[in-house]
Design a protein. Structure first.
Lengths: 387, 257
């Protein structure tokens, strides 16, 4: 570093580490509680704690700490996830919830590339998730290696999504959104009338087997029994880590810059050599690929696929995660997915009103924090890099 | 000297309005040409037709030995023409560095594998480009060069113009089209910016500039030659003093007495 320049103050690692530890304990407490009044109390405490920290400016300290020491925070987050999984190692229900959060985050990472970076609205997220899921349902019983099935699920989602490329390229903004809504509606009808795909009743999905290891058996370690969901958890975590790193690298590259440039001003981007169609297509395909892989794994975890799991309403849930967590910020998606998936499951009393809750949450966020709970920071190609 | 850009009989209509009416324009390498005329005389339309934002209804444009008539904007850029916009078109949430790199698109590696996997190579390319962008900004305003990763949204108009011009210059174009660089700035700021533009040109000999401007002091000071448009036609051409004394030009600006 050049000695004559004033050395910029570096944020410490400890605000991030403390926040991570507190968040992990909070997550464990919330996931472990059964009583409705305890859960409500925890949620209220959580909301006020986050709000209070935000007012005191401590959240900024945390996000700066995360930005500066991202590698360590990433490892910390992995340890946190493993801690949560270890804590609930025999609790099927909680592990299923955690896996759902992980896979929804992977799917919204895909949406994030499309909408957050390239500005292509996709209201058919659940359909592409469903394409992955049905791929698992069809291919798991065959001899195709199950890791390959996940990959095929992603590829099929990208391939079928390319039907939408022409309308998406030729329309902008709301009109492109309407095209994807139409696709979501058609997709559900297509599943319902197709007997090969189980029709309206849907079909069972065979559990995964990896190198002879069946994912649907509980694991016996001496006297301890581990939930079979732990295998799925491990795979979902690996999938999340890989896609998280790739999406982050994408954002911190010339490609991320291209996508931002075309989202913010297509005309100016075109005047500086950008091939608008090429990059919109790239973003749309990569996004659907991630959504498809997440869907393929999720179907194996849940063991069932049906048309009603992949409706327009489910697409809206994915979009609300994106709006809630922070468009363009992968960390925010994790927080958003946790809120959207876990809160209604734990708060059984509001189950029927969960769409009302999403709507209120999203409206509240759009009004008071339009960039989401964790807004996207300005691009730093290499965190902590200084000339 | 042979021409760098040569537009012949360019016509562009918008419905019944003829924005460009058989315009001929030739610029030699290293020339600074002022494109002036009353509002609506077709100056910006000329830029938009050259850069491919609009198609010409007739006529052609040759640039650097190739035909760029009705070429897509990105091909025009690749051929070596960069521009700024009348109303600033920076990407406000992005940093200064990002905005300038948008202008360097043709020299950045665009492969997925390179960008996502070969991060060490990417880092090298990033560092080279960072140094180049910083050096360019430094010519304009050294204080900005220390803030390369600040978002553009918080900057005053003169700094935004500087960044827009840096974005146009970073790819070392042969022809720079400046569309009213003084818009929204004070006289002093405009004078400062023009000094900086001349300084940049000192360093890149051979850069041709066509500038659209209403601020006549700017035109007088920096241009070698002026072309005056009115209703899409060229009504005068020559050094500023000559053109300013032209009766037809005075009539176009002031109306008949």
């Amino acid at each position: 570093m050049n000695g004559s320049e004033p050395a910029p103050k570096r944020a410490g690692w400890w605000p991030g580490a403390i926040a991570l530890a507190v968040a992990t304990s909070y997550v464990i407490a919330l996931l472990g509680s059964e009583k409705q009044n305890v859960i409500i109390a925890l949620l209220i405490v959580g909301i006020f704690a986050a709000g209070g920290l935000g007012v005191l400016g401590l959240l900024d300290a945390v996000s700066r700490s995360f930005a500066e020491h991202e590698d360590y925070m990433g490892i910390g987050a992995i340890i946190a996830a493993l801690t949560v999984a270890a804590w609930f190692h025999e609790n099927h229900f909680v592990l299923l919830l955690v896996i759902t959060v992980l896979l929804y985050t992977v799917a919204t990472l895909g949406l994030n590339i499309q909408f957050g970076y390239a500005g292509v609205l996709n209201f058919a997220g659940a359909s592409f998730f469903g394409i992955g899921a049905y791929t698992s349902a069809e291919l798991n019983p065959t001899g195709v290696p199950h890791l390959l099935v996940l990959l095929i699920g992603g590829l099929l989602a990208a391939l079928i999504g390319s039907i939408l490329l022409l309308p998406v390229l030729r329309t902008r903004g709301h009109y492109a959104a309407v095209v994807t809504i139409a696709f979501a509606l058609l997709f559900k009808t297509f599943l319902e009338v197709n007997d090969v795909l189980g029709g309206p009743q849907g079909m069972q999905v065979k559990g995964m087997t990896l190198f002879g290891w069946s994912f649907n058996d509980n694991i016996e370690l001496g006297s301890i029994t581990l939930s079979f969901y732990l295998s799925y958890f491990a795979l979902a975590l690996v999938l999340l880590i890989v896609s998280f790193v790739l999406v982050q690298r994408l954002e911190r590259s010339w490609i991320g810059l291209n996508l931002d440039a075309l989202r913010l001003d297509e005309t100016a981007a075109g005047c500086f050599g950008l091939d608008i169609a090429r990059w919109k297509i790239t973003a749309f395909l990569i996004g659907n690929f991630l959504i498809g892989i997440a869907g393929a794994l999720f179907a194996s975890v849940g063991g069932f696929v049906g048309p009603n799991n992949y409706t327009f309403a489910d697409s809206l849930i994915l979009v609300s995660i994106l709006l809630l967590g922070g468009i363009g910020n992968p960390w925010g998606l994790l927080v958003g997915a946790f809120i959207v998936v876990v809160v209604p499951e734990k708060l059984q009393t509001i189950q029927e009103y969960r769409f009302l809750l999403y709507a209120l949450l999203v409206i509240g966020v759009l009004l008071f924090r339009p960039e989401g709970l964790l807004p996207r920071p300005v691009r730093r190609y290499f965190p902590g890099w200084r000339a | 000297m042979s021409a760098l850009i040569e537009a012949r009989s360019l016509v562009r209509r918008f419905g019944g309005v003829i924005a460009l009416d058989g315009l001929d324009l030739v610029a030699a390498p290293n020339e600074i040409i002022g494109l002036i005329g009353p509002n609506g005389s077709g100056k910006t339309t000329f830029f938009n037709v050259v850069t491919g934002i609009y198609d010409a209804d007739a006529g052609n444009v040759m640039f650097d030995g190739g035909d760029i008539t009705n070429a897509a904007p990105r091909k025009v850029y690749r051929a070596g023409i960069s521009r700024t916009f009348q109303r600033s078109r920076l990407s406000l949430p992005l940093s200064i560095f990002d905005n300038i790199m948008i202008g360097n698109h043709k020299r950045l590696s665009q492969g997925l594998w390179f960008n996502l996997i070969r991060r060490a190579d990417f880092k090298r390319e990033f560092e080279e480009n960072y140094a180049a962008a910083r050096a360019l900004v430094d010519v304009f305003e050294p204080q900005l060069a220390d803030r390369m990763f600040d978002p553009v949204a918080g900057l005053p108009m003169i700094d935004r113009r500087r960044i827009e011009i840096c974005r146009a210059l970073i790819s070392a174009p042969k022809l720079l089209l400046l569309d009213e660089p003084s818009a929204g700035m004070t006289h002093e700021e405009t004078a400062e910016l023009m000094d900086e533009i001349l300084l940049v040109r000192e360093r890149n000999k051979g850069l041709t500039i066509i500038i659209v401007e209403h601020e006549m002091s700017v035109i007088e000071r920096i241009t070698d030659r002026c072309i005056v448009l009115n209703f899409g036609r060229k009504i005068a051409e020559g050094p500023y003093r000559e053109v300013a004394a032209n009766a037809q030009v005075q009539e176009a600006y002031l109306g008949t007495a």
